[in-house]
Design a protein around this ligand. Structure first.
Ligand SMILES: NC(=O)C1=CN([C@@H]2O[C@H](COP(=O)(O)OP(=O)(O)OC[C@H]3O[C@@H](n4cnc5c(N)ncnc54)[C@H](OP(=O)(O)O)[C@@H]3O)[C@@H](O)[C@H]2O)C=CC1
Ligand SMILES: Nc1nc(=O)c2c([nH]1)NC[C@@H]1CN(c3ccc(C(=O)N[C@@H](CCC(=O)O)C(=O)O)cc3)C=[N+]21
Length: 269
């Protein structure tokens, strides 16, 4: 992917440790970059690396003019200060949208973040492209993490949905969810949302990607979502499957953020 001056967008990934899940996601992101013609670089650090090593990797990518987006794969090992590391990503290369200033701007009316977090951005894109009305509709977000649930609830509010958030301390989550026109499940609990949790005709976005043991599968496990697809698909008017739903759209949004960042860097907007 080049513009008329030969500039190519570039994405850098920083991965700490060798978690199998992280490796899978990172492989997906690198493969998608290649397919789209986006240059990618990866810095792989050992599980027991120091905070300074991560910050050094960040500095290298900050100084590299061929890199327009930087992603630090989460979660980081316990001994590293995630807040400090995310705070060190330069705003203009924060294609994950996790810098506190980007998140803060997302939370405030009258302000625009430079980048929207990829999974929530992808979920909104899916709703809009499927012709689902968001404004004035009741939405329930299950989960309130920094990377999915919280920015998802903020983004839905920006689109004028009436938003409720359900989390691990919520009593009767099914009762609240049954009110919703739009359900976003991001709890990381396999098959949490049953058919009986849904209002007939609800639209369901299943963000969960949970590995479950299955010896007949290639790596000894397969992925299932937070929604019991069999039951939910009989009640919902539209539903995303796992795999093949929100995950690939998240990766597409990462590429889109990187492209937008490159255009900005080359004054090409
Ligand atoms: N498809 C994609 O692109 C992506 C998929 N994922 C997947 O999404 C899922 C969530 O990820 P992530 O947000 O990082 O996970 P976290 O573990 O960081 O957060 C989970 C959230 O769900 C809430 N929760 C946990 N159990 C329940 C329950 N029984 N009922 C209601 N709420 C509950 C927690 O509540 P509390 O705050 O009270 O603890 C927390 O807010 C995972 O399966 C992950 O693999 C994540 C990112 C991208
Ligand atoms: N800084 C950071 N940014 C992230 O965006 C981020 C992260 N850390 N840590 C982990 C989670 C998880 N995540 C996924 C991305 C793609 C798929 C995806 O493409 N899944 C495929 C299947 C993958 C497979 O086959 O294993 C699918 O659902 O069809 C899933 C999950 C991004 N995350």
């Amino acid at each position: 992917m080049k513009n008329s001056t030969g500039n190519v967008p570039g994405l850098a990934l920083i991965m700490v440790g060798q978690g199998r899940d992280s490796q899978t996601y990172v492989r997906k992101k690198l493969g998608a970059c290649e397919e789209a013609g986006i240059q990618s670089k990866i810095s792989t650090l050992p599980e027991n690396c120091t905070e300074d090593q991560v910050l050094n990797a960040l500095s290298c990518f900050h100084e590299d003019p061929s890199i327009h987006g930087i992603l630090v794969q989460l979660p980081l090992p316990q001994h590293l200060d995630e807040g400090k590391i995310l705070n060190s990503v330069h705003l203009e290369k924060d294609v994950d949208g996790f810098h506190p200033i980007n998140m803060g701007n997302l939370a405030m009316w009258g302000r625009e973040p430079l980048f929207l977090p990829c999974t929530p951005k992808g979920c909104i894109e899916l709703l809009i492209r499927s012709g689902v009305e968001i404004s004035g509709k009741k939405a329930v977000v299950i989960g309130r993490s920094n990377i999915v649930g919280l920015p998802m609830s903020l983004l839905l509010q920006r689109h004028h949905a009436i938003v409720s958030v359900v989390h691990a301390f919520t009593r009767n989550p099914e009762q609240i969810t049954r009110e919703a026109d739009i359900v976003v499940a991001a709890a990381g609990v396999p098959n949490l949302v049953r058919g009986s949790w849904l209002k007939p005709g609800a639209v369901v976005l299943d963000v969960g990607t949970n590995p479950v043991k299955d010896p007949s599968c290639e790596y000894g496990h397969r992925l299932i979502g937070d929604v019991c697809y069999e039951e939910a698909s009989r009640v919902a008017s539209a539903i995303t499957p796992v795999p093949g739903g929100v995950g690939p759209v998240t990766v597409a949004m990462l590429l889109l953020n990187t492209l937008e960042s490159a255009k900005r860097a080359y004054n090409f907007t």
